[in-house]
Design a protein around this ligand. Sequence first.
Ligand code: UD1
Ligand code: MG
Length: 461
Amino acid sequence: MSTVAVVLAAGLGTRMKSALPKVLHPILGDPSLLWVLRSLPSDLRAAVVVVHHGQEQVMAALETWAAAGLLPCPVEAVPQGEPLGTGHAVKACTAALDRLQAERVLILSGDVPLLPASAVTELASSEGLILAMEPERPTGYGRILTDGRGRLTGLVEEKDASPEQREIRIVNGGAYSLPWKPLRAALQELRNHNAQKEYYLTDAVVAVAASSPVAIAVRPEAELIGMNSRMDQARLQALAAETIREFWMREGVTFLDPHSALVGPRVELARDVVVEPGVRIEGDTTVGEGARLGQGSVILESQIGNHTEIRPYSILERASVGANAHVGPFARLREGTDLADHVHIGNFVETKKARFHPGAKANHLSYIGDAEVGEGTNIGAGVITCNYDGVNKHKTTIGKRVFVGSDTQLVAPVTLGDDALIAAGTTVTKDVPAGALALSRVPQDNKDGAAVRLRARQKKA
Ligand code: UD1
Ligand code: MG
């Protein structure tokens, strides 16, 4: 059976009041549409994303995700043109679905991010199914009408519903699995004679149900909440965060203050990881066994080795840290930072495209960019790699067991050989051979008694 997914993502999202298309608003760092696409089974023939509002942004996002290998199946975008309703949106995919030789269509909304992959897989393998829910407040949702035997007989939008129909608590979750042939025929027949003057997908679903069976499966409300406002977004994020934290707690992770920790859906935490209060972790991030993530730290798209300690208020972005390392407090590891095992990076140290070999240390107040730091090397306080001349970036290469004294500037490109010693306060502008001592300082001049005489003159004046 060839199943193709259609993901509806053309709507404006008026109530979000945003310049960003609704489906790109994030939940724990991942856009809503990415959550939906990642929930698709990998054996689908393809997914077709219907776009219109902000379509350049949505299409660019699709390309980025595909390039990053985040999508389980081939995904293509189909512009809807003026969005005239959910039925019109699926109809806009007719040519694509025919070309993909779809036999069954799985329809999801790009703004319903928390439907679990297991539910999507179940839906995708069903002959004809509509997901329903029974929310506390059914307001705004389409009501599901059934006959005495529980068979689907109607789907009525709230704006079109009679007072009696509004009493119905079982509502349409907006996710469907339907045979393409009868759906295709029903879409051709759609009319927009309703309160919203829209072409309703729901009318087509009811038409399909008249000729082939469409079952109704009730799912928990939390799985089918749509993101229509910033309040919905906050609620979805809170729900997702709780589910994810509970998952990792069951896997052996400690959260010192669970409610304050935000862990994204692609993050992997090993057992005995400790997450301190106020930590945010997003993207493709892995954290090794026994690692500790300090209070207030932000960790994005990074890898952290076993038993490494990220001390409070550190920021890691596309960085990799080995095992048994120390980072922070107040450290900033930027993209391309690669720290080996047993590396120490201390407070107010910024690194970028910097590779630290095992046991290297930069414990205080430094900027190390476009650099290689050899095994066992010690970078003193206040050392700066001057890597940028205003036009180009240049590399600093530091050998093994080098001692770089405090307040040293390393003007790149420059190389320090193994076992070199750089005296404090030196401005290094040329390569230092292995084993050499480099020193550039204005000789100090002590004038006996001059301080006392100066103070006396100042007092008189
Ligand atoms: C829809 C259902 C409703 C159901 C609810 C569940 C219809 C007519 N109604 O209502 O029964 O209870 O979902 O959440 O289908 N979209 C397009 N193009 C369009 C219009 C919408 O791509 O022309 C997209 C939207 O961006 C959104 C999705 O389709 O992702 C659903 O559209 P929305 O307007 O939110 O429908 P609801 O009124 O929520
Ligand atoms: Mg909606």
